[in-house]
Each structure stands twice: as structure tokens, then as C-alpha cells.
Design a protein around this ligand. Structure first.
Ligand code: NAD
Length: 482
């Protein structure tokens, strides 16, 4: 059992310094593979949020007037530094979150790539000139929002840190980041790396803490000019309301319950692979997980036999062993997922495979498939956020479409077919912010991402994030001789 003195300690990062929270409290994060504490982290509350926001406000003029090419150079240096520390950051992420090391390495690379991508964008953010009559010159400029708040979930901590922070800084905003209380470590580490390569003090602040005590005072802070929230629908609604009360710009990246439609003409081997990745990557703790398999009746049995064989061969272990699947993130989340396993049994009967928690330390559950799931069941409608796949059968295109859209979420959707007409009809008619054709999680840092329906509003990734982090000013000049 680790004692307090064995644990690494992480403080807040405010104005470029590591500082303890004013109240002097710490919380512990837990290694999900062992259920033992892994790090002590200084716990921010409202006075600390005030300090961080003040630091970000104080440095805003300096950062927003730094030449864009210089901002780009600095962000490239952050990317290089993250890459140079990839293995160390991945090891920390795995211990904090539980995910397999290969996934953590890929998340760190993705974070570096966001900094690199937005470094390239920094000096290409420009406005339009608008033709009016000869009496006027009219143009727009894109200006940063000011102090931005990034509230980050625990499932992809390093990845989403890069996704939210890099475009904010590239476009001249300063940032106050509230990582999830379960996984705060890499955010603190990356802010330290950013300071090391010359990001000015106060531009990037990190305030670990709990939602109510640190997240809420941040999202409702009257000196915050933009809020980027990634997390669950109920919290998103609360954050959205508090931001709007201050008339603060907000975008919400929320949950999903995404359909994965497989047709008989698909490359079935690749569709099985894609289905496995879609639901078991990160133990199903992915907003864009393919949690609903919608499969054509002609191939259902063959497909499910192959799927079950592959699931039975999966290696489940601590993330450090780099297995196919690691544990869930926390005791609380383990309880939520195992409650859904019980509910699934009641609603759909015994699963085809899985359905149990593993009898070992840590928060491990089996990869699970429930067959014959009807749309009105809760396991078909609610985001389980675990390695639990529900299967429904269809016989016609209209039926597949109806099943795909029959949920309140609309984050992503996937189709496997060789018939491109059918794929594009699906892309046209499905109510989702991103459509995958023949590969789950297709796309990259360059492709806009965000939800329809209850999955949120606003877009991150790609050039769409520039819109999210800037506001348009229109300038109209009367140029007639006076
Ligand atoms: P959550 O909503 O519980 O927490 C998200 C963040 O909000 C955490 O940092 C938390 O501390 C903070 N928070 C909690 N209460 C708050 C409050 N009242 N005010 C301000 N902040 C508060 O979500 P979670 O369980 O950490 O993450 C899982 C959810 O995130 C899932 O629903 C998943 O689909 C979603 N998610 C969405 C995306 C996306 O891009 N759309 C990406 C990853 C995760």
C-alpha cells in the first residue's frame, strides 16, 4: 500500500508558478488497475480560480498582441517538448487513467499534433473584405475572445487538453484549464513543459479540483470570456446555463450513443475490427464509441460469431502491461457500468459474451455484447461509457436509418458498406456531427468534431476551432472626400 510520502505531488499552475491551493488541501488520484492512490494533487477552490483567471486576464494583452508567427513558433516548441517526453507522459496517463500504454502514447502524440497543427494556423487567421458601394471600405477581423476556460473530462485527458488549449492559445486567448479530478496529472505536466519552452507566465494556467468546487466557479466566472466544456450532458447543461448568465461564449462537447451500421457487402473482417475498436478502445470510455451495432439480418449470425471469438481472445490487464483493454477509470464509474450490466440482463437477457466484473483488484469489467436490443430499452438509449455493445438487426435501408437516428444523442455515426451511394445517403440522413465510412474513428486533428442533438453544440478540431475561439469584428469606413 502506498503511503502519502510515496506519492508524487502536483500543484496548481498559476502565472507560470507551481503553487498550492489557498486552503492547503490535497486530493488523491487513484491508479484504476490497483485501486491504490497514485498522486496527491493540490485542490483548487474559488479563491484559486480567481487567482488563475486574474493571471490569465493580466497577460491577455501581451499574448494577444504577440505576433501570430511568434505564437506559432512557441506552440511548435510545446509540440516538440511534448513529443520528447512522450513515454514519460504516457506512463503517467496510464497510471492516472488506466488505459493501455499504446493508447496513452497515441493520446500524447495527438496532443503534440494539436499544438503543431494550431501552430501552423496561428498566422493564417484572417478576415474578409466585403464589397459595398464606392463610398465605403469594409472588412472583418477575427479577434480572440480573451480569457478562456477549458473544462476537461477524464477519458482522454491529454488528448482533449491539446484539442481545447492549442486552438485557444494559437488564436491569442489565454487559458485556465480545469482537468477532471480523476486524471489531473498530465495537464499540470504539460503546462510546466509549456513554461519551459517560453509560453509567457499567465497564458496557460491549470487548476485541478472537483467539479462543484473548481469547475463551477470557473465556468461562471464573470472575467471568463469563453468556456469550452467537454463532458456529460447534465454537467454541460449546468455549465452552459452559468456561462450564459454572464453572456459568455460557450461550446459544449457532450456524450454519445453512436450507431455502427454494417451491411452484407462490407468487408466483414475489417467491419469486425472496426466494431471492436469502436466499442472497446479505452474500455468503451469514449464519447464517440460505436456502442450500438446495427447489423443486417443476412450476416448477423456469422458476424456475431466472429465478434465473440475475437472478444474471447482479448487480453484484459493493467494499462502498464499494454493489453487490449484496461480497467475503468474509477470505483464510481465501475459501479455505474456494472449497474448497466445488471440492467442489460433484465432488459435483453444474458449477454452473448461478458457481462461480469473481473475478480481482481482494480476496476475491470468484461467486454460485453447484448443481442436483440430494442430501441426503447435503456441500454439502447443511455450512454453507458463502458465496454458494452448493444446489437439490433435490420432488413432495409429505411429500417437501418430509423434505428440509427432513434436516440437523443448525435455525436458520430458509422457505416460499413462497399455501396458508396448507400454510404452517402446514410451520411446525408443521419443526425450526427461526424460520419465514419468503413472505419470507426476515421479522421484526425484536422477534421471538425462536435455534436448534433444532445451531444452538444460548437465544433472543435480543424479550422472550425478557430471560429470557436475568435469573434468577428466588422470595420466599415466612409472613404468619401470630406
Ligand atoms: P463530467 O460532466 O462528470 O465532468 C467533466 C468535467 O466537468 C470534469 O472536469 C468535472 O470536474 C467538471 N465538472 C463537474 N461538475 C461541474 C460543474 N457543476 N461545473 C463545472 N464543471 C464541472 O463528465 P465525465 O464523466 O468526466 O466525462 C465523461 C463524459 O464526457 C461522457 O458523457 C462523454 O461522452 C463526454 N465526452 C465528450 C467528448 C466530446 O468531445 N463530445 C469527449 C470526451 C468525453
Amino acid at each position: 500500500m502506498a503511503t502519502q510520502t510515496d506519492l508524487s505531488t502536483y500543484d496548481l499552475i498559476i502565472n507560470g508558478d507551481s503553487v498550492t491551493a489557498e486552503a492547503g488541501e490535497y486530493f488523491e488520484t487513484v491508479n484504476p488497475a490497483t485501486a491504490e492512490p497514485f498522486a496527491r494533487v493540490s485542490q483548487a477552490r474559488e479563491p484559486d480560480i480567481d487567482r488563475a483567471v486574474a493571471a490569465a486576464a493580466e497577460t491577455f494583452d501581451e499574448w494577444s498582441s504577440t505576433p501570430p508567427e511568434e505564437r506559432g513558433r512557441l506552440l511548435n516548441a510545446v509540440a516538440d517538448e511534448i513529443r520528447s517526453q512522450q513515454e514519460r507522459l504516457a506512463q503517467l496517463e496510464t497510471r492516472d487513467n488506466g488505459k493501455p500504454l499504446s493508447h496513452a502514447r497515441s493520446d500524447v502524440e495527438t496532443c503534440a499534433r494539436y499544438f503543431e497543427y494550431y501552430a501552423g494556423v496561428a498566422d493564417k487567421v484572417h478576415g474578409d473584405s466585403i464589397p459595398l458601394t464606392d463610398e465605403y471600405v469594409d472588412y472583418t477581423v477575427r479577434e480572440p475572445l480573451g480569457v478562456t476556460a477549458q473544462i476537461i473530462p477524464w477519458n482522454l485527458p491529454t488528448n482533449i487538453f491539446g484539442r481545447s488549449v492549442a486552438p485557444a492559445l494559437a488564436t491569442g486567448n489565454t487559458a485556465v484549464v480545469k482537468p477532471a479530478e480523476q486524471t489531473p496529472v498530465t495537464a499540470v505536466e504539460i503546462a510546466q513543459l509549456a513554461s519551459k519552452v517560453g509560453i509567457p507566465d499567465g497564458v496557460l494556467n491549470v487548476v485541478p479540483g472537483y467539479g462543484r468546487e473548481a469547475g463551477a466557479p470557473l465556468s461562471s466566472h464573470s472575467d471568463v470570456d469563453g468556456v469550452s466544456f467537454t463532458g456529460s450532458v447534465p454537467t454541460g447543461i449546468e455549465v452552459g446555463k452559468s456561462a450564459v448568465e454572464n453572456v459568455t461564449n460557450v461550446h459544449l462537447e457532450l456524450g454519445g450513443k453512436s450507431p455502427n451500421v454494417v451491411w452484407p457487402d462490407a468487408d466483414l473482417d475489417s467491419a469486425v475490427d472496426s466494431t471492436m475498436t469502436g466499442i472497446f478502445a479505452n474500455a468503451g470510455q469514449v464519447c464517440s464509441a460505436g456502442s450500438r451495432l446495427i447489423i443486417h439480418e443476412d450476416i448477423k449470425n456469422e458476424f456475431l460469431d466472429e465478434l465473440v471469438d475475437r472478444i474471447e481472445a482479448m487480453e484484459i490487464d493493467a494499462g502498464e502491461a499494454d493489453p487490449d483493454m484496461g480497467p475503468l477509470v474509477s470505483q464510481e464509474h465501475f459501479k455505474k457500468v456494472t449497474d448497466y450490466l445488471e440492467l442489460g440482463r433484465k432488459e435483453a437477457g444474458d449477454p452473448l459474451v461478458g457481462g461480469e466484473a473481473l475478480n481482481r483488484d482494480g476496476y475491470f469489467v468484461e467486454p460485453t455484447v447484448f443481442d436483440d436490443v430494442d430501441s426503447d430499452m435503456r441500454i439502447a438509449q443511455e450512454e453507458i461509457f463502458g465496454p458494452v455493445l448493444s446489437v439490433s438487426e435490420f432488413s432495409s435501408e429505411a429500417e437501418a436509418m430509423e434505428l440509427a437516428n432513434d436516440v437523443d444523442y448525435g455525436l458520430v455515426a458509422g457505416i460499413h458498406t462497399q455501396n458508396m451511394g448507400r454510404a452517402h445517403r446514410f451520411a446525408r440522413d443521419v443526425r450526427a456531427g461526424q460520419v465514419y465510412v468503413n472505419e470507426w474513428f476515421a479522421g484526425g486533428e484536422e477534421t471538425p468534431f462536435g455534436g448534433f442533438k444532445q451531444s452538444g453544440f460548437g465544433r472543435e478540431k480543424g479550422l472550425a476551432a478557430v471560429d470557436a475561439y475568435t469573434q468577428i469584428k466588422n470595420v466599415c469606413a466612409d472613404i468619401t472626400p470630406k
